[in-house]
Design a protein around this ligand. Structure first.
Ligand SMILES: [Zn+2]
Length: 160
């Protein structure tokens, strides 16, 4: 950021609390350079206690992870979770309860994870997901199919 979002003055560099920040000498605004993207993620269970996972298309083709994605401005976190869940699976999730949060600074990413209930209905084809998978145990999938560290961590934390 080069100009103050409050008053438009050119920002200048400063060190505050050992962090290199940009400040506005006119109104005092500080750009802490600590923004992150919020991704709302859902661990959805069926009535039979199966966990729903998705297999990705695109540049991570074949990898398995949880449904979810970036919150859009104006949405609540739960709305974002439900929208992303529907976009990727075609199914509805409800009874969402906050489970845990994760941060991954190298990607400026925060995961907000909800647990919820899903009624198994038909998967609806979409651009991000090739199939929906229901598992009872982590042994139902191969470790090298997992998308990344957060996916593995969340499976562990859910005691799958
Ligand atoms: Zn300013």
């Amino acid at each position: 950021m080069n100009f103050c979002p409050n008053c438009g003055t050119k920002l200048s560099s400063k060190i505050i609390d050992n962090s290199s920040v940009k400040t506005c000498n006119s109104c005092g605004y500080i750009d802490w350079d600590n923004w992150v993207n919020i991704s709302c993620v859902v661990a959805a269970y069926t009535d039979n206690d199966e966990l729903l996972l998705v297999r990705l298309k695109g540049k991570e083709q074949g990898k398995i992870t949880f449904p979810g994605g970036y919150r859009e401005l104006g949405e609540s976190l739960i709305q974002a979770a439900q929208r992303e869940f529907f976009e990727e699976t075609g199914m509805k999730v409800d009874q969402l309860k906050l489970f845990k949060t994760y941060t991954k600074d190298e990607q400026r990413l925060v995961w907000i994870v909800y647990r919820g209930k899903v009624k198994k209905t038909d998967f609806i084809e979409n651009s991000e997901v090739s199939e929906v998978i229901f598992i009872k145990n982590i042994k139902d999938i191969s470790p090298n199919e997992l998308r990344g560290k957060l996916t593995k961590q969340l499976l562990d934390d859910l005691n799958v």
